[in-house]
Design a protein around this ligand. Structure first.
Ligand code: ADP
Ligand code: MG
Length: 241
């Protein structure tokens, strides 16, 4: 399998705190790769190193074979990364369809806009709400809308940081279905997650971070069977920071 994304020994320190230490991982083209770990494990910090929120203290990031370690986020987006951060940022006062329209307008021809909006509305299960201000959608629906907006860029790699945060179990499950569908249509995914049931639903490959380091890596079945992983999730080390 071709490697779409590679992180080589990336580290990030904040003052004296090593939030991410020497993490190496690669995401294969076509995979759904999940990064899991207890709160404070360094997941979001690692995610920010990949998308370019800040450069790593040391190490390198390659995307499609190109070294992007020092590139700004917008340059990485141009190369085909699309990012959904943890907090939803839809245009709340604008109708749902208008949100998709804004996201799509520079990526599809004028004649195709309406059709593409309809296709995304259907995929996101938001057709019935297309005229509603996005701020009136449920929290889960706003997250889906934002995933749809991120998909408007037709990315090679979609990066999601805790896409199910604050969702009901039903919404979480439907988010998993959406991610599986987008993957089937050809998008590689890197998903930072906390919820094990959700990871089990979607993941092909899993990397476990703990105290900023790679704690385990393998197929979803390997990770489920790994007692040490269960321990950091259930045991005393799973603390809030
Ligand atoms: P996770 O997403 O796995 O919960 P984070 O990457 O958010 O973990 O945080 C990892 C560690 O780095 C935590 O101890 C957190 O307090 C610290 N940290 C994260 N971002 C910053 C920052 N901007 N400045 C200082 N410390 C930070
Ligand atoms: Mg986080």
């Amino acid at each position: 399998m071709a490697k779409l994304l590679e992180a080589h020994s990336v580290s990030k320190s904040f003052g004296g705190l090593a939030a991410v230490s020497d993490v190496t991982l690669s995401v294969d083209q076509g995979d759904i790769h999940c990064i899991i770990g207890p709160n404070g494990a360094g997941k979001s910090t690692f995610f920010k190193l990949i998308v370019g929120t800040y450069p790593p203290t040391s190490g390198r990031v390659l995307f499609g074979g190109a070294d992007v370690t020092k590139e700004m986020p917008f340059s990485r987006v141009k190369r085909g990364m699309s990012i959904k951060m943890q907090k939803p940022s839809v245009f709340k006062e604008l109708p749902v369809r208008q949100n998709l329209h804004i996201a799509l307008q520079h990526h599809v021809g004028y004649g195709e806009l309406k059709g593409e909006e309809d296709r995304l509305l259907e995929l996101l299960d938001l057709s019935a709400s297309h005229g509603k201000p996005a701020g009136e959608l449920s929290h889960g629906q706003q997250q889906w809308l934002e995933i749809g907006m991120a998909m408007a860029l037709r990315p090679r790699l979609l990066l999601l940081d805790e896409p199910t945060a604050g969702m009901s179990p039903e919404e979480t499950y439907r988010t998993g279905e959406l991610i599986l569908q987008l993957n089937k249509e050809g998008t590689t995914m890197l998903v930072v997650e906390h919820d094990m049931a959700f990871v089990r639903q979607i993941a092909v490959a899993v990397t476990v971070l703990h105290f900023g380091r790679t704690f385990a890596h393998g197929s979803i079945n390997d990770i489920i069977a790994d007692e040490r992983v269960a321990e950091i999730y259930l045991g005393k080390t799973n603390h809030e920071r």
